[in-house]
Ligand binder design. Sequence first.
Ligand SMILES: O=C(O)CCC(=O)C(=O)O
Ligand SMILES: [Fe+2]
Length: 296
Amino acid sequence: MAEIQHLEATATTGDITDVLVRDGAVILDNVMGSDELDRLKAELSPYLAQSVYGQDEFTGFKTQRIGALIARSEACGDVALHPLMLASARQYLKDFCDDIQLHFTSAVAIAPGESAQILHRDRGIWGGYLPRKVEPLFSTIWALTPFTRDNGATQVVPGSHHWEKDRYPEPHEIAYAEMNAGSVLCYTGTVLHGGGANVTADEVRTGVFMHYALGWLRQEENQYLSCPPHHASKLSPELRALIGYAKGGYVLGFYSNPDDDSMKYESVSPEHLFSERIERFGAIEGAEHVVSSSMK
Ligand SMILES: O=C(O)CCC(=O)C(=O)O
Ligand SMILES: [Fe+2]
């Protein structure tokens, strides 16, 4: 029977990325304490109390999914900025980008009677155009409730990020992300996985998803609409930059303010929207550098 390796919460970035390189998934046990869990549950429960179920087999007819977590929940902002997860995401994706961005936020609650989600690779959202040698994602699922094989723990196929595209796993190659509330599953965009079936009578399995992607890719959840500027203005500069209100390269992601007739905000970083003057990619290292990147 396949298994996902568990590490202690004291694991280092190197420990985490080593297992990810080998297996495509790893669980960190008991990272969050009960106070943090209570805060997350309190902030998310008003939304989860409404019945917004999936509308197809993939999203699950007995599965609730709510997004816009950065605008809706301060505690989720702290989860997104979790230092060990952020550092591990940056380390894991460093060969493919100058920096990462928050790509997707969701609370996913799988209710009794839900069937197993089809196994998939999350990188499929880009339609298969990304070369396989580019790993686009470092994803996390934080357990708000215990995850058990019976209540819908995520199915993961360790090692399948190295497989040929059309190889499908045998049942014994599928592992289940069983973990305590407060633990976190980290997995890559290329490993096969899917939500589990919930065969319990009365347990709902709830996870908070924070996915990080290469800074130059289109985000799965449109952060500028899920967290528009009047919400983003309440966030820390670091969180704002992480969700996309910052440039990702010399001319990547600039904006011009259409309402500013003084033309002061022409082709500037989104940070200017919030009166910040951080221009990480403001100056070029030299025209040669820009030209050589364009030739790669
Ligand atoms: O709910 C889960 O455990 C996984 C869901 C998933 O992989 C997805 O919706 O892409
Ligand atoms: Fe998925």
